[in-house]
Design a protein. Structure first.
Length: 282
C-alpha cells in the first residue's frame, strides 16, 4: 500500500514563483530566470520545455533589454543594480518571507554598532544566503553549524539570524552555545526559519513512523530536502532519498514489496513527481 503525505510539495513561495513564470510564458514573451527556479531538476526541465531560459550570474550581467524572473530565494541589492544598468525588466518572485528577512537584516546592519557581528546560520553559497549577506555589504558572518562558532568574537555584539530552510534544533543549540560563550556584549537572536519548513518536521516524523518504508523525493541541490530527509531517516531507518523515478533502484523496489510505503518530499518537490514514484511502486 502506497500513500503520499498530504502536505508534501511546493511551499507557497515556490508556488507563487512558478505561477509568475507560467503567466509570463503564456503571454508568449521571452523569459529568463536567474538560477534554477526551484531546487528540483525535473520541475526546471518542465518549465524549460515551456520556454523558460535559466541563466547564471555571468550571463545575467551580459544581458540587456530583456525580462528576468527572480526566484523565491531572493537576491542581493547588486542584482537589482545590474538590472537597472542593463535595462532589464525584473519579474520579482522573491518569497515575501525571504524579503521580510532581508529587510530585518538590513535594518540591523544599519542600526547596530559598527563593530557588531551580523551572523547568518545558513549554507555558504546558497542563493538565499547570498541575498541575505548582500543586505550587509557582504560583511555578515556565515556559520554552517556549531563547528563554525569559533569564528565569532564574543566580546563584540552579535545579531544572529537563520536562513529560512535550516534546522530549528541546530539553531537552538547554536543560540545556547553563543549565550554560554558571550562575554560583556549584547546578543540578540531571531529564529527566522520559515514555518512552512519548521512545522513540517513533526508531521514528517509522524508520517515516517506510520509507514514501513519511506521514499523521500527531493532535488540534490535542495537544502530543505536534506533537512527533511534527515528527519525521516531518524524516525524510520528504512527511508530512501530519490530525486526521480530513475533512482528507484531494484533494491529500493524490493524493500517496498508488500510494505506500507509512504512517499513524501520537500518544499521544492512537485506533486506530479511524487505521483510518478507512487505509480511505479504500486
Ligand atoms: S520555504 Fe518558506 S521562505 Fe522559503 S520559499 Fe517557501 S514559503 Fe518562502
Amino acid at each position: 500500500m502506497t500513500s503520499i503525505e498530504a502536505k508534501s510539495g511546493f511551499c507557497f513561495g515556490v508556488i507563487k514563483a512558478i505561477q509568475k513564470a507560467e503567466e509570463e510564458l503564456q503571454k508568449g514573451r521571452q523569459l529568463y530566470c536567474l538560477g534554477d527556479i526551484v531546487h528540483n531538476e525535473q520541475e526546471v526541465e518542465r518549465l524549460a520545455t515551456m520556454g523558460l531560459i535559466t541563466i547564471n550570474y555571468e550571463q545575467f550581467t551580459q544581458l540587456h533589454n530583456v525580462k528576468v524572473l527572480l526566484r523565491a530565494h531572493g537576491e542581493p541589492p547588486s542584482t537589482y543594480e545590474i538590472a537597472q544598468r542593463n535595462n532589464i525588466e525584473i519579474i520579482d518572485a522573491s518569497c515575501p518571507v525571504v524579503r521580510h528577512l532581508q529587510e530585518r537584516i538590513r535594518n540591523t546592519y544599519n542600526s547596530a554598532k559598527p563593530d557588531a557581528q551580523i551572523v547568518i546560520y545558513g549554507t555558504k553559497g546558497h542563493a538565499e544566503v547570498i541575498g541575505l549577506a548582500g543586505q550587509t555589504d557582504n560583511k555578515a558572518i556565515i556559520i554552517e553549524g556549531e563547528n563554525d562558532l569559533d569564528k565569532l568574537d564574543y566580546n563584540r555584539d552579535i545579531y544572529l539570524y537563520s536562513q529560512t530552510t535550516k534546522s530549528v534544533d541546530t539553531f537552538r543549540r547554536i543560540v545556547e552555545q553563543i549565550e554560554h560563550k558571550m562575554q560583556d556584549a549584547h546578543f540578540e537572536w531571531h529564529d527566522t526559519i520559515c514555518r512552512q519548513v519548521a512545522n513540517r518536521t513533526k508531521e514528517l516524523r509522524d508520517f515516517a513512523h506510520q509507514h514501513d518504508v519511506i521514499i523521500f523525493v527531493g532535488g540534490k541541490k535542495s537544502s530543505n530536502a536534506k533537512v527533511l530527509f534527515a528527519q525521516c531517516k531518524s524516525a524510520n531507518e528504512h527511508s530512501y532519498f530519490v530525486s526521480d523515478i530513475t533512482e528507484l533502484t531494484t533494491d529500493i523496489q524490493q524493500a517496498c514489496h508488500d510494505k506500507r510505503v509512504g512517499i513524501c518530499g520537500a518544499t521544492s518537490t512537485p506533486l506530479w513527481l511524487m505521483q510518478q514514484i507512487a505509480e511505479k511502486i504500486d
